[in-house]
Each structure stands twice: as structure tokens, then as C-alpha cells.
Design a protein around this ligand. Sequence first.
Ligand code: 5AD
Ligand code: SF4
Length: 441
Amino acid sequence: MAQKFHVTTFGCQMNVHDSERMRGMLASLGYEEAAERGEADLILFNTCSIRESADSRFIAHLGEAKRLKSEDPERVVGVGGCWAQSVKEEVFERFPFVDVAFGPGQIHKLAEFLNSDSLSAQGYFEFEEFSGHLPTRREREFQGWLQISQGCNCVCSYCIVPSTRGREVSRDPEELLLEAQNLAADGVREVTLLGQNVNSYGRDLPLEKRISFSELLRRVDAIEGIDRIRYTSPHPKDMKEDVIRAHAELPALCEQIHLPLQSGSSAVLKRMRRTYNRSRYMDRVALIREHVPDCAITTDIIVGFPGESERDFEETLEVAEEVGYDGAFTFIFSPRRETEAATMEGQLPHPLKVERLERLVEVVQRRASERAQRFIGRTMEVLVEGTSRTDETKLRGRTRHGKAVNFDGVASAGDLVDVEIESATSQTLSGVLARPLTPLL
Ligand code: 5AD
Ligand code: SF4
């Protein structure tokens, strides 16, 4: 009987993509996916370390793996991703039942371990070139990821990622375009370009290969069969006019830009080492509104950064109010090991951070809900993802703006359809199918 594996994913889309590659690689090694952790011979975790809450959530899951391993010591427990990288060999001291640990993207090392006769615990934490060329098992056949770079050269003082994912390495554009063509040939209609800082793509490539991020977008857009392109995440400091214009010019590039603000206070931004200030950020927003007036803008914001005064925080509220984000991920600052901000003076008490988060969420949701009203009465293109999570009689999909839509009608997952929008909340739109865009064969 085939060996079975089970993988649990934490963290960002990069990890979701890495897990898809893990699945593909394990399938090629003859493994089958188990529906539950308890049925698996190989129990894997793809971990995140971005905030303390991510660490603790994962450690709770590890407890179950320990129990399963003690029931059947033949089982193999593997821990990959950013948390593993951030604690390295300490994993084996703290959790002796773990057999193999590896850094983010190092999935090929897992294959090496499984193919070796090694009986002792193994850790793989070297940063290397991109470990691509692995088969991928996509969660949805019509959506795919394209990892354009790995690592990050920024030095944001709160962020653990540069230490878990290493220096930025861009992938060869020809290789990427071939991969995008293969995805399209394989039925992918929506592709999301992934990188820690996508718009610095290419800067590390040799001159003869170097292309800019906007040129890469242009070339992916030209591929037959790719109807939608998204990317995440750009850094406001590198968000240039060529990329913004591309949103207006390229038919497949969606009207959505995720532009992480982090703080509205220039003083805080400086201590975060973001290298832009409030007014430069607002210039980017103005440029987006000028070229792509209807563009959805989403963001990430951290509250309670060390030394954040009431006035600093009010500046964040002002920016949230002024921009009117279509959506925002809001976080409480969490000191991370070996980051500069973890030991800065002026760490704020938890209750104050929570209070600020609540005040921010109120503004973000109110503005997102106001913004969403503009969609009511419009007919919007929706990529169908399946049935609604909350109501089985309805379908669910996403607009080009990235908004989730629940709607009445008949369509299949992967179809592009027209939906008339009837109502809107800060998070979701509701509507009814207008007419299928793709002819039914
Ligand atoms: N504490 C809180 N939020 C953080 N983020 C990154 N590091 C931290 C931290 N130490 C947030 C940022 C980033 C998002 C992915 O996570 O807003 O954009
Ligand atoms: Fe988590 Fe950041 Fe690593 Fe993604 S890159 S898994 S968000 S720590």
C-alpha cells in the first residue's frame, strides 16, 4: 500500500504555493495524500513565524503530531518553512520527535531526506538558489502561482522574513515565461505572481537577462489563456509609474493593488525602516487613482509599533480614512526574535495595542463598506470558485477587484461569468448571474 502524507500550511501565499509543490513532489515519489493527520505516515507542517500568534498556533498542532508519533514510532514528522528556519537545530532539542526540518522553499531537501537511509534527525537550513522545477499539485486547476523571486533585501525593523528567506534572488525570466505558458496550457486562467517584494524583480539578474517587473507583467499578459494576473506583494518604495500604468494597459492585469502602508506616521515609518513617508505613500495612491480610477487598493497595517504615540496612531487612522481601502489586514505589533524592533525602547502595553487595533478596524471596515457600494448595480466579471461557504444554494467567486461574491445561478468552477451586483458589505458582494461569458459547449 502506498505511503500517505498529510500537510498543514500556515502563513502566506508563498507557503501555500510551497505546500502545493510539496504535494506534487510527494505524489511523484509515490505518496498519496491522507484526508486526516491520523492516517498519515508522513506528517508535515509548513510553518510561519511572522507574528507570535503564528508560532503558538503551530506549536499546538505539533502536540498532536507528538501523540501520533508515540502511537506509531515509524511515522515521520517533518517541519518546514519560516518558523523552522528561525529556530534551526533548536527544533530537535525542543521537539525531539521531529525527524526532519527544512527552511522555506527547500522542499527538494525533504525529498533527499525521504530517499536517504538516514535514521537520525536532519535539518536543512542553507539558503540556496531557487529550488523550482518541482511538480506542483494545484489546489484549483484554474488558478496558479508563479514564484518570481525568493528572499528579501529590505530591512524592515519589525520583520523576520529577511532572516528566514535570505537575500533576494530573481528567477530567470525565460524560465518564468515557460512556466506561465505551461500553466496556461494546463488550464490556469488566473495566475498570481509571488515575491517578497515583486517590484524589485530583476534587479539582481545579469544585464543580458534583466527585465523589469512591468515588462514581466507585459509578457505574462501576452500569453494566450491567461485571463487574470495578480501579484503580491509590492513595496510602496518600488511602486513606479510603469507598473501602475500596466494596470490600465494590460487586459489581464486585475484592478487591484495591495500596497502595504504599515503606518501612517512618517516618524514611525522611519523607525520601521520603510524608506517612504506618509506623503510619498499618498503620492503612490494618487498615481493609482489617476491611471486606474476604479482600482481596488488593499493594505497591511501594524498598530502598536514601539514608541507609537497617540498622535502617530491618529495619523494611521487619517490615512485609512483618506485612502478608503477596499480591504486591509490589520496587525498588532509582535516583537520577533533577532529583529531590530524587538528590542527598541517604548514597547507598548498589550491592552493599548488592542484598543488601537479596534479603533483602526472600525475605520477600515466602514470605509471598505462605503467603497463596496460602488459595485451595486454593476455587472462584474467573476471567476467561479465553487459553492458559497455560507449558503450551499449559492455560488462563490471573485471579481477582478479581488472581492468575494456570492451569487445565484448555474456555473462551474473555473468559469468566467457576468454577475449583477445587488448588495455589498465590507467583505463580500452578492448578486445574480447575468449571462455566461464563456460559451457552454
Ligand atoms: N508584527 C506584526 N505584524 C507584522 N507583519 C510583519 N512583521 C510583523 C510583526 N513583527 C505584518 C506586516 C506585513 C504582513 C505580512 O505582516 O504588516 O506586511
Ligand atoms: Fe510567514 Fe512571512 Fe514566512 Fe510567509 S514569508 S510564511 S508570512 S514568516
